[in-house]
Write a protein that binds this ligand. Structure first.
Ligand code: AMP
Length: 192
């Protein structure tokens, strides 16, 4: 019930380990990290100090947010661990990493990204569908980045492979503040 639900204090972000070709993706990432810190929301992320993901973590960390990264040791060795922010859990496998990220988080925000981003999004949505957890998911559809994915999901519903109710567990927001409101994060004024 919205009136009695506790504000989300820690969310995971799924987004690109690359920056994409437009500066707006990194700008969005910075805006998102700053907004998390302002609202007192902790960040869980893939612990790579690269791409959109690294920009979110840098901005959140600089703003004073608690930042937790989870990374498999193979990636940790490859990826500039010096640039990882906050607390870092090094785990054995990608599966362990994703399970740990999901467990640590009360909701999920999705920013522009590639295959890894889609993998994580589809997995947490599937876990909602199957009842392994029940956690809000919001895609930030900045400048229509996720329009083709929304169209695909609508097609899947139309063809009878997903119910409209299951589809609705993936919310779309136009901007950062709307996304955090939809996730149930406390507004800045009441953040601890
Ligand atoms: P992608 O969207 O393919 O760039 O993948 C980004 C997502 O997958 C992030 O949310 C991470 O959790 C994970 N990921 C993929 N590649 C890396 C990487 N090089 N370093 C850390 N995490 C990564």
């Amino acid at each position: 019930m919205p009136g009695t639900r506790q504000a989300l204090d820690r969310i995971a972000v799924f987004c690109g380990a690359r920056t994409g070709i437009r500066p707006q993706y990194v700008e969005l990432a910075k805006e998102f990290g700053v907004a998390l810190a302002r609202r007192g929301v902790g960040l869980v992320y893939g612990a790579g100090g690269v791409g959109v993901m690294g920009a979110v973590a840098d901005a959140a960390f600089s703003g004073g947010a608690s930042v937790t990264g989870v990374i498999p040791h193979r990636l940790y060795e490859r990826e500039l661990p010096r640039r990882s922010r906050g607390e870092v859990f090094v785990v054995r496998t990608m599966h362990e990493r994703k399970a740990r990220m999901y467990k640590l988080s009360k909701g999920f925000a999705v920013l522009p990204g590639g295959l890894g981003t889609l993998d994580e999004l589809m997995e947490v949505a599937t876990w909602n569908q199957l009842g392994f957890h029940q956690k809000p998911i919001v895609l930030i559809n900045h400048e229509g980045f996720f329009d083709p994915l929304a169209a695909m999901l609508d097609h899947i519903v139309k063809e009878g492979f997903l119910s409209p109710q299951e589809r609705s567990c993936m919310d779309m927001a136009i901007g950062v503040e709307e996304a955090l409101d939809l996730l149930g994060c406390a507004p800045e004024s009441v953040a601890l």
